[in-house]
Design a protein around this ligand. Structure first.
Ligand code: HQG
Length: 182
């Protein structure tokens, strides 16, 4: 499949599975799963017929492993990034001592004051290394800033962390005291 088509479908999947399943006439269950056959029907109805094998290939080849297909191949969900309420069923776990968050300079004043807020998403997203945080930051225009998060200290203070299936660290809020701003 050509790259442009794979990217277009991947963006459509991210939109439907994280933010607005209703736009494709889909429902998510409590853990974020939806029916693959229905999804393929909805994508076909938008003029983009897609086979089960092609969908599997897009999910397998996704650079960030954004999606998961159930073992029996009948259900699909996003691994993280939701704004709709879902319980991914992840167990809280101890994070690395340091995590990173890529953002842009224009948000810094507010971040210094309020810490990292989850905004429209269900969690604040943190990266395990600075390279990944750079990529996250560069999705936005303006000078990139990489913040260091004292995740170990947060965890010791009783704050919870989860690690998504695709290696993104999630938490509810990072107070300013745990942030190192360069
Ligand atoms: C910022 C992508 C002002 C925050 C990425 C970020 C990630 C504040 C923006 C995933 C703030 C929220 C999530 C505060 C946080 N004041 N701005 N107090 N607290 N912000 O998109 O982390 O490619 O919801 O710095 O790779 O950028 O789609 O979160 O800039 O993993 O798979 O508010 O999305 O994944 O933006 O990105 P987002 P994010 P995909």
């Amino acid at each position: 499949m050509d790259r442009a088509r794979a990217t277009r479908i991947s963006k459509l999947l991210a939109f439907a599975l994280r933010h607005d399943p209703g736009a494709l006439g889909l429902d998510l269950d409590g853990a974020g799963w939806t029916d693959v056959a229905k999804l393929l029907g909805a994508i076909a109805a938008r003029g983009e017929p897609l086979s089960h094998a092609e969908l599997t290939e897009i999910v397998r080849a996704s650079d960030k492993q954004r999606f998961a297909i159930s073992e029996d191949g009948t259900r699909i969900r996003a691994n993280q990034g939701h704004s709709v309420a879902v319980d991914l069923g992840l167990a809280p776990r101890e994070p690395p001592v340091l995590l990173y968050h890529g953002t842009v300079a224009r948000f810094l004043a507010s971040i210094r004051q309020n810490g990292l807020l989850r905004g429209s998403r269900t969690h604040v997203h943190l990266s395990v290394d600075t390279q990944t945080a750079e990529i996250v930051a560069h999705r936005r225009s303006g000078p990139a800033v990489i913040l260091t998060v004292h995740a170990g200290e947060m965890h010791a203070a009783g704050r919870r962390f989860w690690r998504s299936e695709n290696g993104v660290w999630l938490t509810d809020h990072v107070p300013p005291a745990y942030l190192r701003v360069p």
